[in-house]
Ligand binder design. Structure first.
Ligand code: FAD
Ligand code: UDP
Length: 372
């Protein structure tokens, strides 16, 4: 007889949601994580009384009412709305591209004037069917915005020329002929008050969690303690990279505590010129309006400069690379995974898929419905 019904490998959102659901349905669950903290990549840590998003800024946004109701059981969400500012050599523009951006760029006042300006620049560039990101961007917003707000940022972020990148990357960015700086189109948006770590701790309440335990180092012993395993680590690592490494795009974060109450006046500022080496700066306190839990102003601030970097084996895996080569390799690993008895692969690493937080929670809830 195994001691646990489920061994959940990974205490990120996928693992925590599944573990919570199994626990409330009376299953015995053990959660392990190789890191020394829970919450996976949504982990926040208090520095100078500010909840710092250690693995990159996370803004919760969703259209899924079920997921929104679900997370609200574990945290109170504030009214934070993501409205990044673009800094091009010291000129500031509103994002995503909307009437404030067009007014600042061209002095246009009406939506009609903005649309005409975009059309004029698109026509001058002579693009009918956009074949790459450069052409797609110019047809969406014109040459001036492409040159100042897209070209440099995208080339830093992806390490490739815009003319060599697929058009679809830019299509998810909203373009609006209204005065609306909300970056997302989602119905629900916010940041959990007190940080994501506390929200995940609430999900894991009453469940045994062991930190600093690498499943793959003690696989046989750990497999023996549970009837089934839910594995949310990298799928290629599980199989000892026997078919080769899946590739990722990585990000480096340089954190700094500053002895000033307000560095940039916004949570996110994108540096869209090619010359500034970082892609953006996050000032974490503005996710919670610059206040501590008692509503007091915070005297200091914490900022993170983000640098996009080429991923090397051994680096932290961030974004899966959705190209044909990696897609094919993943499909081969998936066949091995399907043949594995009593192991379920889930989450962004287990499925090698870019999942927003709401999608990963939805996926874990679907698994729980099916499995439990
Ligand atoms: P993870 O959080 O990665 O959890 C996996 C866990 O498994 C980790 O804790 C890891 O330590 C553990 N693990 C791995 N291998 C082992 C092993 N062998 N043994 C034990 N433990 C192991 N989504 C949004 O909705 N909004 C955003 O603003 C947003 N911003 C993002 C910014 C960045 C830079 C990135 C990379 C992602 C962002 N996301 C955002 C996506 C979000 O991070 C994911 O949806 C979510 O974290 C995925 O959860 P997960 O449980 O699948 O994976
Ligand atoms: N983008 C840009 N300038 C910006 C913000 C985004 O050119 O200031 C482009 C860039 O190519 C990016 C894409 O729009 O990859 C999608 O932006 P999003 O913020 O969704 O992407 P992420 O930063 O999460 O990759």
């Amino acid at each position: 007889m195994s001691k646990y019904d489920y061994l959940v490998v990974g205490s990120g959102l996928f693992g925590a949601v599944f573990a919570h659901e199994a626990n409330v349905r009376g299953k015995k669950v053990l959660v392990i994580d190789k890191r020394n903290h829970i919450a996976g990549n949504v982990y926040t840590e208090k520095i100078e009384n500010i909840n710092v998003h250690i693995y990159g800024a996370h803004i919760f946004h969703t259209n899924l009412k079920r997921v929104w109701d679900y997370v609200n059981q574990f945290a109170v969400f504030n009214r934070f709305t993501n409205s990044p500012v673009a800094n091009y050599h010291g000129e500031l523009y509103s994002l995503p591209f909307n009437m404030y951006t067009f007014n600042k760029m061209w002095g246009v006042v009406t939506p009609e004037e903005a649309a005409a300006k975009i059309e004029e620049q698109k026509h001058a560039a002579n693009i009918s069917e956009p074949k790459n990101l450069e052409e797609q961007a110019i047809s969406l917003v014109g040459t001036d915005i492409y040159e100042k707000l897209i070209k440099g940022y995208t080339e830093k972020q992806w390490g490739r020329a815009c003319s060599e990148l697929p058009a679809f990357i830019i299509k998810r960015l909203p373009v609006r002929l209204t005065f609306d700086n909300n970056y997302f189109n989602a119905l629900y948006q916010g940041i959990p008050v007190g940080g994501y770590t506390q929200m995940v701790a609430n999900m894991l309440e009453g469940i045994e969690v062991r930190l600093g335990v690498d499943y793959l180092e003690d696989k046989d012993e750990l497999d023996a303690v549970a009837d089934k395993v839910v594995y949310t680590g990298p799928i290629d690592a599980y199989f000892g990279y026997q078919l080769g490494n899946l590739e990722y795009r990585s990000v480096c974060f340089e954190n700094e505590v500053l002895d000033t109450p307000n560095f940039q006046g916004n949570a996110a500022v994108n540096y869209t010129d090619r010359e500034t080496p970082w892609t953006r700066i996050i000032e974490h306190k503005w996710f919670e309006f610059g206040k501590d839990k008692d509503g007091n102003d915070l005297p200091k601030t914490v900022i993170s400069r983000e640098y996009s970097s080429e991923w090397q084996p051994g680096d932290e895996p961030y974004y899966p690379v959705n190209d044909e080569k990696n897609g094919r390799l993943y499909a081969e690993y998936k066949k091995l995974a399907d043949a594995e008895v009593n192991v379920i692969f889930g989450g962004r690493l287990g499925e090698y898929k870019y999942y927003d937080m709401d999608a990963v929670i939805d996926s874990a809830l679907n698994l729980a419905d099916k499995e439990l």
